[in-house]
Design a protein around this ligand. Structure first.
Ligand code: FRU
Length: 485
C-alpha cells in the first residue's frame, strides 16, 4: 500500500468492510505477536491516553490507527480490566467524527466526575493548506454508555505567543482544584508545558507555562504528566529536540522525568531545585502516561515504540505494543523508580527450573517468561536470548559490568531504532533483577527499579530459552512460564 495523506486520513466508514478482515489475516501470519502485552488487533497503536478506575473496573484508552502500521487518522481505543493485566475490548471508542477532530482524536486524559468518565483530548484538524489547528475537546460517557462530545472546544486556541503544536491535555487535581497540563511550543520554537485551571465545568483558564528552563523543553513538548509524591513534584514528559548536552539520551525522541521541590498552581513555579532523570535506558519507550490508583499509588504505562520508527511487524500490518502497568515511586534520594505492577504475578504458571552447563544457566520457556532474582556484584553477568540456528548474533543480550558500573543492551539491527545501547548501572546495593520476555518484547528492571530497559526485539524465531552467564553461588533466581493474558 502506498500510504498517501489521502489514504491515511480516509474516513473510517469509507474503508471497504472486507478490508479490516483481510488485514487481520495478514496480522495472524505475523511472528512477534505478544502473549501478555497490549497490542493492536490491526494497524498501529501509540500513546496511552486515559486510565481511570470506576465502579470496580479500569477503563483504559490508547491512540490507534486500525487500518495500517502507519500514523494515520487517530482514534482512542477502549479496553477494560479488573486487574490491569487481563484486558477486554470495550465500547465506546472515541472516533474522529466532528469538524474539531477531523484529522485525529489525539492524546488526552480522563477524569471522574459525578461517577462518570470525562475526557479532555486534542482535536487535530488540517485545513485546506494542510496547516494544523489544535482544539482541546471535552467528552464524557453518559449513563447509557454513549460517548457525548461537546459541540465546541473547551480551549479553542493556544494562548498568544504559542503555536498550534498544542496538545495532549493531562488532567489532574491539586488541593481539591482541577487543572490540566498541555504540551506546547512558543512562537520562537521552544517547547513549553502550559498550565490550565478548570474555573467551571467547561471553562478552562490559562494560568501560565510551567516555570521550566527553556533548554529542558526542546523545540516542542508532547505528553506532559504530573504527580505529587512525598511532597515532591514529578513531571514526566517528551521534550522533542532536547539538546543531548543538557541531558543524554539515545532514542530519536526523549521521554524523561523531572523532579522538583514544589508546585505553585497560581504561577506554574516549580522551585529552583530541578532534577532531570532518565525513565528508561532501552530502545523503545515514549509518551509515558501516569495515573493514580484507588490506593493513591502512581501508575505508569508507556508506549513501547517511538514516532518515525520502522519495525519488521510493519510488513504484517501492525505496529507497537504498550508496556505492562508499572508503579512509579521516588526513593529516599528522590530518584524515580519504576516497578512492574504486582498484579502481573497473576500470569505466573509453574516455576521453571534451570539447567546448568559450561555456557551458563539456562531456562526454557514458551512465549512469555519472567525471571526474578538478586544478583551478586562480583563478576560481569550476561543474559542472552540465544541466536536461532544458523544465526550468529543473539536475539537479545544484556551485559552488566558492576565494576565499571556499565551495562550494554544489544538486539538485531532489523529496526530503524538502533541495535545497541549502553547504560549506567547505579551502585546496586539492592541488586535486584526482574526480567520479562514476551515474544518480541522485553522489560527489564534492575536495582529495584532504578534502572529500566524496555523495548522490542525481532529475532528470526520465537525466543524459547534464556541463558545467564557469570552467576555466582550467592545469586538467587526464580523463573516462571507466563500464561497468555
Ligand atoms: C505522541 C503524539 C502526541 C499526539 C499523538 C497522536 O506520540 O504525537 O503528541 O497527540 O501522538 O497520535
Amino acid at each position: 500500500i502506498q500510504w498517501t495523506d489521502a489514504l491515511r486520513y480516509r474516513a473510517y466508514q469509507d474503508w471497504p468492510a472486507t478490508y479490516q478482515a483481510s488485514l487481520q489475516q495478514t496480522v495472524a501470519k505475523s511472528p512477534w505477536r505478544t502473549q501478555t502485552h497490549i497490542q493492536p488487533q490491526t494497524g498501529l497503536l501509540n500513546d496511552p491516553c486515559s486510565l481511570n478506575y470506576l465502579n470496580g473496573v479500569w477503563h483504559f484508552f490508547y491512540q490507534q490507527y486500525p487500518f495500517g502500521p502507519v500514523h494515520g487518522l487517530k482514534s482512542w481505543h477502549h479496553l477494560t480490566s479488573t486487574d490491569l493485566v487481563h484486558w477486554q475490548p470495550s465500547q465506546p471508542d472515541i472516533l474522529p467524527d466532528t469538524s474539531y477532530d477531523s484529522h485525529g482524536v489525539y492524546t488526552g486524559s480522563g477524569y471522574l466526575e459525578d461517577q462518570q468518565l470525562h475526557f479532555l483530548y486534542t482535536g487535530n484538524v488540517r485545513d485546506a493548506n494542510w496547516q494544523r489547528h489544535a482544539y482541546q475537546m471535552h467528552a464524557y460517557i453518559n449513563a447509557d454508555k454513549q460517548l457525548v462530545k461537546d459541540a465546541t472546544p473547551v480551549i479553542a486556541a493556544p494562548p498568544a505567543g504559542f503555536t498550534q503544536e498544542f496538545r495532549d491535555p493531562f488532567v489532574f487535581e491539586y488541593e481539591a482544584q482541577r487543572y490540566a497540563l498541555i504540551g506546547g511550543q512558543r512562537q520562537d520554537k521552544t517547547g513549553a508545558i502550559l498550565l490550565y485551571r478548570q474555573a467551571a465545568k467547561h471553562d478552562w483558564q490559562f494560568v501560565a507555562p510551567l516555570k521550566l528552563p527553556k533548554r529542558y523543553c526542546g523545540y516542542m513538548v508532547e505528553c506532559p504528566n504530573i504527580a505529587f509524591i512525598n511532597g515532591k513534584v514529578v513531571l514526566v514528559f517528551c521534550p522533542q529536540g532536547l539538546d543531548k548536552s543538557i541531558f543524554a539520551y539515545d532514542n530519536l525522541y526523549p521521554n524523561i522525568a523531572l523532579v522538583a521541590d514544589k508546585f505553585d498552581p497560581e504561577t506554574g513555579a516549580l522551585g529552583s531545585n530541578l532534577n532531570l532523570q532518565q525513565l528508561d535506558a532501552g530502545f523503545d519507550f515514549y509518551a509515558t502516561r501516569l495515573a493514580t490508583d484507588p490506593a493513591g499509588q502512581i501508575l505508569a504505562i508507556t508506549w513501547l515504540g517511538l514516532p518515525e520508527i520502522q519495525y519488521p511487524t510493519d510488513d504484517y500490518g501492525w505496529a507497537h505494543v504498550l508496556s505492562y502497568p508499572r508503579i512509579l515511586t521516588l526513593d529516599a534520594q528522590d530518584q524515580v523508580r519504576l516497578k512492574p505492577h504486582p498484579n502481573l504475578q497473576r500470569l505466573r504458571q509453574q516455576p521453571l527450573l534451570p539447567t546448568s552447563s559450561a555456557d551458563g544457566t539456562q531456562f526454557a520457556f514458551k512465549g512469555a517468561f519472567e525471571l526474578v532474582g538478586t544478583i551478586d556484584q562480583v563478576q560481569p553477568l550476561s543474559i542472552t536470548v540465544p541466536a536461532a540456528a544458523g544465526e550468529r548474533e543473539p536475539a537479545l543480550q544484556v551485559t552488566l559490568d558492576f565494576e565499571k558500573g556499565q551495562g550494554t543492551l544489544t538486539r538485531p539491527a532489523n529496526t530503524t531504532g538502533g541495535a545497541q545501547r549502553t547504560f549506567d548501572l547505579p551502585a546496586m546495593h539492592e541488586s535486584t533483577l526482574q526480567l520479562f520476555i514476551d515474544e518480541s518484547v522485553f522489560e527489564i528492571f534492575l536495582a529495584d527499579g532504578r534502572c529500566v530497559l524496555s523495548g522490542r526485539f525481532f529475532g528470526t524465531k520465537a525466543p524459547e530459552t534464556i541463558m545467564i552467564n557469570g552467576m555466582t553461588q550467592a545469586d538467587e533466581l526464580q523463573a516462571w512460564q507466563l500464561q497468555r493474558s
